[in-house]
Design a protein around this ligand. Structure first.
Ligand code: ADP
Ligand code: MG
Length: 671
């Protein structure tokens, strides 16, 4: 057996099953063994049916009277049955799991684990997991639960694993740094747990393995980056100082430090690969302007890539104001740019020093004379391929210096692992004079009384309001008020105010027009979906209202909130929750803190790395378990990776490891 063999070489996996598995990314034998249970049921001590109490229960019995029907306008399927043991009987109900009809045979005994609760007028066992008694290891009573993949349900995975039980012994070691045989035994105990302790050590090992791979990938990326050549751009200190002295404001200490780090990087003959992190409003654009000026002084070209036309235009306008007096020739290139061929030929002949643009910059016919610095704003908005396209526009044999910017703070643990190949500068200081944003959680019913007066007051002072909604149109299936009906409601409430809406399904030109009007103050209240998340800087907007706040992630809420608080006036953010449940920890943290780095750490703890990384990067990182908040484990893996790299032969010897990490390498690499 070879781990890279096709999954259909496994016993019990026919062509149909293999097709489903492949569809869910399980292509090889390795993928199959690494498809870990999402959890375990403990069937050790089932409760007698007559002794059940409301809450989580495990019972053991036979099932009969299975029926299935459609309910609620046929959207929902309801499967019901009766489970009996020798003390009594209980009704069980599953929703949208009609495959349960075929799972059971009436003469066999099963364990059922689920919630015993009062629903539709009676107590029943709701959506329990079920496993055949004869298939459960009676010594442990522990039953792995797998995520269902299409037609393949948890019990199918258990059956397939059992078919391959004897194959585990053949799994080779992956890493040099652990006891030989650890990998096969851990994987075995993850699927066939012998005790809770064995599950824990299996997970510990696999988390370690994953961290090792991530860190190794990042290390190798860094080593490869160091081999590339880039143009050396000496730091022109006098000119830069003159420039800084003429700025309309004083740079923050953090901006100075970041710029200094960038200038030092650009002096080197290998490409800078730096991530500039800073909360919304911390002044990243100014740092990019300094870097761009530094390159222009060296007579080299700069490209700044922004995710939206609105943002690119705003950068262009801001930068033109600052840089044109210093003879930097700027251009804006977006989908809407007229006379593209003329502009492109100017870029190609070097008549433009700094071009700011959107995806339109990435096309093959945009060529540069001497591109030496690439700045990517909101880097997580771009896929690796898009970033690479721009990076490849440098002259033959040279890589550009790369500055990525993000307002999504990356927790330190992610920085050490996933982003370990980047140098990082942090803007942890806000420009002076910024007023903090006051954040308040409100329930929907409180809005009229508490929020409307505040809106009225804001409008009276000539300030502007953002109102964020979840949906574009009303949808009977959800209770969220849509952008459109919220606009109508607000117009009724505030007839004097100019209220308009914005959403992602509008044409780009329409969106730009609305945004333009809002930033000129021609719109008082902008009702919008999250498209304003990465948007314009409108210092006169001082009130942010986020409806259905509970449905957003912490990072996103923080980003949205950052659209206000950009001027000299105190700003407010209201988080409106629907329903009457207690506000979540997420919302309470947001109410308390405006520190993006702190919130990122909280988010990592609450949601796990997969979600966070997903928000950062379009490509799925697909971490199985890595506890990226486990700093001890990270430190151990870091040390072991360094040891591993000490011996160059290892890279040849540990072939599977090296092959496996290429996917991580591609995800984080920039060059
Ligand atoms: P970010 O991109 O980090 O969210 P911006 O670069 O858009 O932030 O800056 C936000 C605003 O702060 C802009 O209007 C910018 O001109 C202003 N700004 C930047 N640096 C300073 C500073 N040192 N002092 C005062 N205002 C600043
Ligand atoms: Mg910005």
């Amino acid at each position: 057996m070879n781990l890279s063999d096709d999954v259909d070489t496994l016993k019990g996996v026919g062509p149909k099953t293999a097709e489903v598995l492949r569809k869910y990314g399980i292509r090889t034998v390795r993928d199959f063994f690494y498809n870990l249970p999402r959890g375990y049921e403990n069937y050790e001590t089932p409760t007698k049916i007559t002794e059940m109490r409301p809450g989580k229960v495990v019972i053991k019995g036979k099932i009969d009277s299975l029926t299935s029907r459609r309910a609620r306008r046929r959207i929902l399927s309801v499967t019901e049955g009766v489970v009996r043991d020798n003390t009594g009987a209980v009704k069980v109900v599953w929703f949208n799991q009609s495959y349960r009809m075929k799972q059971f045979s009436p003469e066999k005994e099963y364990y059922f684990s689920g919630n015993y609760e009062f629903k539709n007028g009676r107590y029943s066992l709701i959506s329990p997991s079920a496993a055949e008694v004869s298939e459960i290891d009676l010594n442990t009573g522990l039953n792995p639960i797998y995520v269902a993949h299409g037609k393949l349900k948890s019990h199918d995975f258990r059956r397939l694993m059992t078919c391959s039980k004897d194959k585990f012994a053949l799994i080779p070691d992956l890493l040099p740094s652990v006891k030989p045989g650890t990998r096969k035994s851990t994987l075995f105990y993850a699927h066939f747990p012998s005790s809770l302790k064995s599950i824990k050590s299996a997970r510990d090992y696999l988390a370690y393995e994953e961290l090792f791979e991530l860190i190794l990938a990042a290390r190798l990326n860094r080593l490869e980056n160091e081999k590339l050549k880039a143009v050396e751009m000496p730091f022109k200190s006098t000119k830069i100082q003159e420039f800084v002295a003429k700025l309309p404001f004083k740079l923050t200490g953090a901006q100075r430090k970041a710029a200094w780090q960038i200038f030092q990087d650009m002096e080197k003959g290998r490409p800078m690969n730096r991530l500039l992190q800073g909360d919304v409003g911390s002044g990243k654009t100014m740092v990019a302007a300094l870097a761009a000026y530094g390159a222009a002084l060296n007579k080299r070209q700069v490209a700044i890539l922004a995710p939206t036309a609105i943002l690119a235009t705003q950068h262009y306008e801001n930068l033109a104001q600052i840089l044109e007096p210093f003879n930097v020739r700027l251009a804006l290139l977006t989908g809407a740019t007229k006379k593209k061929p003329e502009l492109k030929s100017k870029i190609q002949s070097g008549e433009i020093d700094l071009v700011i643009g959107t995806h339109a910059l990435l096309t093959d016919d945009t060529e540069f004379e001497d591109l030496a610095l690439v700045v990517i704003d909101e880097q997580h908005r771009f896929g690796v391929e898009q970033r690479q396209k721009l990076v490849l526009k440098s002259p033959e044999g040279l890589a550009p210096h790369l500055l990525s910017m993000t307002a999504t703070p990356i927790p330190r643990s992610l920085q050490l692992t996933v982003f370990g190949d980047l140098d990082v500068s942090i803007l942890d200081e806000m420009p002076r004079g910024r007023k903090p944003i006051t954040t308040k959680i409100l329930t929907e019913v409180e809005t009229r009384e508490n929020l409307y007066p505040h809106i009225r007051e804001t409008l009276t002072h000539g300030q502007q309001v953002y109102w964020i909604c979840k949906a574009i149109e009303d949808d009977p299936r959800t209770e969220a008020t849509s952008v459109k009906s919220r606009t109508v409601k607000l117009q009724r409430e505030f007839p004097q105010a100019k209220i308009e809406f914005l959403h992602g399904r509008m044409k780009p030109a329409e969106k730009d027009e609305i945004m333009e009007k809002f930033s000129k103050g021609e719109i008082d209240v902008l009702v919008s979906t999250t498209v304003v998340e990465v948007g314009v800087d409108v210092p006169n907007a001082t009130l942010m209202i986020i409806e259905n706040a509970e449905s957003y992630g912490l990072a996103q809420l923080h980003q949205l909130r950052g659209r206000v608080g950009r001027g000299q006036v105190a700003s407010y953010c209201y988080l409106i929750t629907s329903g009457d449940t207690q506000p979540s920890r997420r919302l309470r943290e947001l109410e308390k803190s405006s520190d993006g780095f702190y919130l990122a750490e909280v988010d990592l703890k609450l949601r796990g790395p997969g979600e966070i990384y997903g928000a950062l990067q379009h490509g799925a990182l697909d971490l199985r378990i890595a506890s990226l908040s486990d700093t001890k484990l990270i430190a151990r893996a870091q040390k072991d990776v360094l040891d591993f790299l000490q011996n160059p032969e290892n890279m040849l010897k540990y072939e599977e490891l090296m092959r496996g990490i290429t996917k991580y390498q591609q995800l984080t690499t920039l060059n």
